[in-house]
Write a new protein. Structure first.
Ligand code: PEP
Length: 268
């Protein structure tokens, strides 16, 4: 039996400066204390400039909250103005980093090869890369979803030969669902995540059974429980619903209730 501990991560994108972040995490911490979220990993993913302050609150308040970053350099050090290295993030208490989020791919021209090199750099620096993949609206309309996922995931896993599956995460984020208010159906999210696990098997073998695969795209407190119901969905990457402590706590409550009920067990 393989155990995959679910993760729910809140990606703040370009929102909340470090002062706002301190208030946010302090309130989120108070809400978490009143909830039972012990069965899942809860992660916040603030902008770079917030990381130090958020890490201090987590430490001072002893919060069961993981710290993620939204991006990392493919380089370890050197003359790369504006870049931030994985080891620097690791030293700040960051444990996980989004790699190849669709907004990086679209607005900053991050291609599959760069995503792969960046995931490798994250691992070298001691971080868990959360590799984001997903098809666009046009690709979906063309029936090319499986092919896009195979290309995007294959590019990364091909570069990470011999990697321990437990040191990676994958987030299936259909581009058309991100920020649109229209989430994938649980059936579509489940089948895409199952497809990703099959693809991962080609590179990781049986260890793909321990790879955590999340769904992301217009997750809210209202749809979170049903989106984590399919067996291959191991958690959620949440954007706008994570921007307020109440909104994120709503998602976390829905997910933990779902795992507590008979619908899903985090241990399989
Ligand atoms: C995201 O950007 O990772 C995301 C899932 O955003 P939203 O929840 O706002 O669609």
């Amino acid at each position: 039996m393989t155990e995959r501990r679910p993760i729910v991560a809140g990606n703040w994108k370009l929102h909340l400066d470090h002062v706002e972040a301190v208030h946010h995490v302090t309130e989120l911490g108070m809400r978490l204390r009143a909830m039972d979220v012990a069965s899942i990993d809860v992660v916040v993913v603030p902008p770079f400039t917030d990381l130090r302050s958020v890490s201090s609150v987590i430490e001072a308040e002893k919060l069961e909250l993981g710290l993620g970053a939204q991006h990392v350099s493919e380089f370890d050090q050197g003359a790369y103005t504006g870049e931030v290295a994985a080891a620097m993030l690791s030293r700040l208490g960051v444990t996980i980093v989004l790699v190849g989020h669709s907004e990086r791919r679209t607005f900053f021209h991050m291609d599959d090869a760069t995503v792969a090199r960046t995931a490798a750099a994250a691992l070298r620096g001691g971080l868990t890369p959360m590799i984001c993949v997903g098809e666009s609206e046009d690709e979906r309309a063309d029936g090319a979803t499986d092919e896009v996922l195979a290309r995007q995931l294959g590019a990364v896993l091909g570069e990470l030969a011999g990697v321990d599956a437990e040191r990676l995460c994958v987030a299936y984020e259909p581009v058309w669902a991100i920020g649109s208010g229209t989430a994938a159906t649980p059936e579509d999210a489940g089948s895409a995540c199952a497809h990703l696990r099959k693809l991962a098997e080609q590179h990781l073998g049986e260890a793909a059974a321990s790879l955590r695969i999340l769904y992301g795209g217009s997750v809210s407190a209202d749809n979170a429980a049903e989106l984590v119901t399919p067996p291959d969905v191991d958690g959620l990457l949440v954007g706008s619903a994570s921007l307020t402590p109440a909104g994120f706590a709503g998602v976390l409550g829905a997910v933990t209730d779902c795992y507590r009920s008979s619908r899903r067990s985090p241990r399989r």
